[in-house]
Design a protein around this ligand. Sequence first.
Ligand code: HEM
Length: 160
Amino acid sequence: MTDSATPLSFFDEIGGHDTFVRLVEVFYRGVADDEVLRPMYPEEDLGPAQERLTLFLEQYWGGPTTYSQERGHPRLRMRHAAFHVDPDARDRWLAHMRVAVDELHLPPLHEATLWDYLQRAAYAMVNTFEPSGIGPAAGARAAASFPVTAAPPADADPAR
Ligand code: HEM
């Protein structure tokens, strides 16, 4: 419940649960037909993934905290480490989101706020610049573009 002393959350301002359900539904329609993104999703049924993204976005924007109750801390970078998120995957993800955001017909300021966040989040999720390797990587860390190299031995001569 809200009263005049309680500012509306962004979640409420853009229409609450129904808006987020619509956003993610339209987004996943795009994913379902995407030859690069679709194979990345481990489950045959996209429904559970759709539900997780909806709950996450609702929580992020001030709605119910069901996501964390069910999934714990989001740790999104870590949760995406197993997937080959290169710039192509990012751009495809964003293209489907753009269609979904457009379909909401939000007021311009709300739309800009939502879109700005989605863009920044998608750019932050990129974990490799290797062009190949679609789908869950055999070794998530090995697929990342920042290989962890062993530190030099303590007695290594720095002048050498
Ligand atoms: C940049 C391109 C991205 C790709 C290719 C991608 C791909 C994936 C894949 C394959 C999954 C696993 C599906 C599942 O089991 O839930 C997933 C999960 C998820 N993604 Fe993304 N994602 C991207 C960006 C984002 C962004 C920007 C967000 C948030 C704004 C996000 C939020 C989530 C969430 C909340 C989950 C479920 C995490 C969990 O609780 O297990 N993703 N993503």
